[in-house]
Structures are given as structure tokens and as C-alpha cells.
Design a protein around this ligand. Sequence first.
Ligand code: NOJ
Ligand code: NOJ
Length: 578
Amino acid sequence: MLLSSTLCALLAVGKAWGQSSTVDAYVASQSPLAKAGLLANIGPSGSKSMGAKSGIVVASPSSVNPDYLYTWTRDSAVVFQVLVDQFTLGIDTSTRGEIDNYVASQVIIQQVSNPSGTITTGGLGEPKFNIDETAFTGAWGRPQRDGPALRSTALITWANFLISESNTSYVTNTLWPLIQNDLNYVAQNWNQSTFDLWEEVDSSSFFTTAIQHRSLRQGVQLANALGQTSVVSSWSTQAGNLLCFLQSYWNTAGYITANTGGGRSGKDANTVLASIHTFDAAAGCDALTFQPCSDVALSNLLTYVNAFRSIYSINSGLANNVAAATGRYPEDSYMGGNPWYLTTLAVSEQLYDSLIIWNQQKFLNVTSLSLPFFQLFDASVTVGTYTSTSTTFTTLTSGVKTFADGFVATVAEHTPSSGSLSEQYSKSDGSQLSAADLTWSYAATLTSFDARAGVIPASWGAKGLTSSCSISTGGGGGGSSSGTVSVTFNVDATTVFGENIYICGSVDALQNWDPDTALILSAANYPIWSTTVNLPANTQVQYKYIRKFGSSLTWESDPNDVINTPSGGSFIENDTWR
Ligand code: NOJ
Ligand code: NOJ
């Protein structure tokens, strides 16, 4: 009795402080187990790949409750991104055979006609296939448009490495056609509705938009390097539109709303995963691309983590500056609605990525938006810039490191000695639940550990991007910003394929009537096009919608539309194109 209560007290202390040695030990023992677990799920020879074809990643060998014996384009790309990153950075160069097999398998999979269509009619948006490379024809949340973006990003990382090794012919003949198929799909369809990465909400989704943006930027660079310049103008234009649209997910309560539909709080691991999957160390703490250490992404992380503190009993009693178990989103009820390994690890990874940047640039900025996050580690910190020689910098970065390690320690606490990781762990007792040996759980372990060790993945071109669509963060400390109103513009407009609807008007937030920088609307609920903008409160605002198709631009007929904004809160304006 005495022993166990002493142990409990020690563990409770360990949770808050000084757990880096615990985490060091876990990283050392779990790294090889996670790598082995991941490779076991890849056909044809992985020990748990259950007869999957060569290069095919099984999401999990679990075939009942839930049945995950399929290959998802998303999961597979995330898994191969890890192997490609580790190979190209020289961390593990033993997986060339697997990478070659993956490429060959995707050459086949891309061509498989499926319920989403053929390769030319939308089939690339199909979320999952049978592990013998045939179509899955059952009912499912389709399409899921993140798949082609994630896959092309993994393949481009590989292509860039091979070019640096002068293996350009394989890149041109084998990788480029695959990449071009995926990116033409992204460029043509990004503004159509999609199921989110959790396969539930059919709308627009932050994760999907963020990784689509990244994929097109990388695609443009590769196209230029290979002299494939015919795609450059269309991909660049759509990348600009995606970056603009990405800004619209921010909301004045200080976090990113994960999906435009779904009727939830919008607090979702979707957003944290987007930040780590679009990390580019060259971009520093850039807010436009929601880099891990940007004030927007840190404010978002705090909101996301806190959403799970009161709903999982394994989190009870933990102070706000102590890591907690996190799941997909607080309203989740799938398989009981529990914490997930990959989402808890994603939080640690965003924090480790941030530490890489702060240590590299030798300063960190505390803004009014990120102040509540930094106050977790120093209650008296104020808005300002802290250089690495200051005690505040040391206090904050060591606090963040301990916090980050706490998320890994949470995962460690619920990992059996075999190192096996399922999809979820119980919100009430931490035991493993849902799909056993989830390949993505192993991938998430490896990327978090690499980030903790300071590993910097290749840049993708986030540095120096600009957009006329900047977000209004209101200068508030995460509360509703005073003086602005969140206005959603919906306009019913029938368009032809390739045509888009924009808005501009009489205030800064509507680009001061400049049609060239007008804000693009989302067609996720076509024929209703929409966007949400923060406008000054108590103001008469004039605006018009514009349609753009190629180089042609058409204004709505006169007169200007007018709204008088209320004194605060949010407001929905429903219009019909004139
Ligand atoms: C299966 C999907 O894979 C999962 O993400 C989802 O939560 C459930 N279906 C319920 O829709
Ligand atoms: C359910 C998850 O929600 C989804 O993201 C994943 O692709 C599948 N399971 C397969 O792991």
C-alpha cells in the first residue's frame, strides 16, 4: 500500500517535471519497435501484411471491429513520407526496396477505376482500395481529396533526392507521370467538397487545403527543375488560391475551424496534423502557412489540447500546463470516442518543430495571440521578443520541451512492453482500443521522435510566400476581437468548370475594391459559394462578387451590394449572383 502510493506520488511528480529521462528511455526502446511495426504492415513480405500486394500498406491487420484490412491513399502516403524522409536524410537507408515497391504499386492503383471515377473523371479521390489492388466498391465517405496531395508530396521528396543523385530518367519516366496525375487532380478539384481526413464531414477541410497547397508549391518547383513548364501557370495560380482560402479557416476565438461543415466546435487534430505535415524550417514562424511555431498555430494548439481536459477521465486533475491525452475532436464517438496515439504524438511534434526553429533563429516572439500559450510556462511573461540569451527564452523553451515530452510520456504510459500501438487508448483506463498495430500510429511515433532529435525535413517552398488574403487576428488575446464581426458571405452562383467566384469591396478586409486581389470563395456547397471574413463592426460595407475564368473577369451588375455590420458576433449574408 505504502509502496504503491509512494509510486503514484512519484509518477504524478514525473508527469509534471523532469520526465525527459523517462522519454529518452522510451524513445530508445520504442524507435526500433515502431519501425518494425510499420514495416510489418507493408506487402508483400511484411509479417502482418496479410497477403497485400507488393508496396501496399495495410492500414492495420485488424479485419474485424474495425475492419482496416484495406489500403488508404492517405495512410500509405504518410507512412512512405516517413520512409522517404528518413532515407533522404540518411537516417535509415535500408528501405529502398519498399520505396520502389510503393512507387510501382501506385502506378497500378492510380489506374484502377473505382466508385469515385476513372483516372480522368475523379478516381484519384478514392480513399481506399482492397489490398490486392482492386477497387473497394462498398459505401464510404468519398471522395477524400487529401490523398493525391499527400502521395505527390512523398513522391516529390523522393524525386528531388533522386535528381540530386543524377537519376533524372527514373524521375521523368516513372515518378513525374504519377505526380502530374495527382497534381492536375488537386489543381482542378481543390475547390470541390471533400470528406475530411476522418472520413465523416463532407465540406472543405483545413488539413486537406493545407496539404494541397504544399503539394502544388512543390510540384511547381519540380516541374521547373524537369523542364515540364506547361503545368506551371495553372498550378501556381491554384496554389495562390489555396493559400488565400487557407486563411478563411481561422476564427476570432483564436483557433482554426477544422471543417467548413459538420456542425462541430471545429477544434480538431486535423489542424495540428496540418501544421506538422506542412512544416518548413526555412519559413520560420510564418503565420500565413500556419508554421508550427506561428502564433496562430500555438494559439490553436492550446485550444485543441484544452478541449480534451474535461472529457477524458484519464486527464482529470492535470493542470493546464501539463500534457494530456488528446483525440481527433472532442465530439468524437467513433469506437467510444477515445484519445488516439497519432493525435497525441502530433501535439508533441508541433512543439518539437517549434523548438527547432526558436533554437535555430535564437529568439522567439510572444504576441497577444500566443501569450496565453506562453503563460503556461511563465505566468508573468508579456508580449515581446526574447533572444536566446534572455532568461525568459530559457524558461519558455524549457517549459515547452517539458510540455512536449509530456505528450510522448502519455503515449509511453499506455504502450505495452511489446511496443504495439493500436489506433486508440481508453479515455478511462488507458488500455488499447480499436485497430491493433495501426501503421499510422507507428509513423507518428517515428516523426515525433525525429523532430525531438532536431531532424529537419526538406523545405517545400513556404518561405517568403505572400498573399493578399491575410487574416485578421484582431490583436486580441484569443478572445473575440473587439471591433470586428465575422461575416459569412454565401452567394448562389452557377458556374462552368474552371470558373471561380470572388468577392471584393470597400474595406481593407475586402481588398479595397481591387479585383486582382479579390478573395476567392469556396464551392464546397455548390452552387452556394462562400467565405467568412472579419469586417469592422458598426460599419456600412459595400461589395460585389466577381467571376473569373482564365484571364476573363466579370463583375456583378450594378448597384453595389451593401451590408451594415452589427456591433459584434457573427453574421450570415445570403446573396444570389446578379
Ligand atoms: C470509419 C472511418 O474510418 C472513421 O474515421 C469514422 O469515424 C467511422 N467510419 C464513422 O464514420
Ligand atoms: C480511420 C481514420 O479516421 C482515417 O483517417 C484513416 O485513414 C483510417 N481509419 C485508416 O487508418
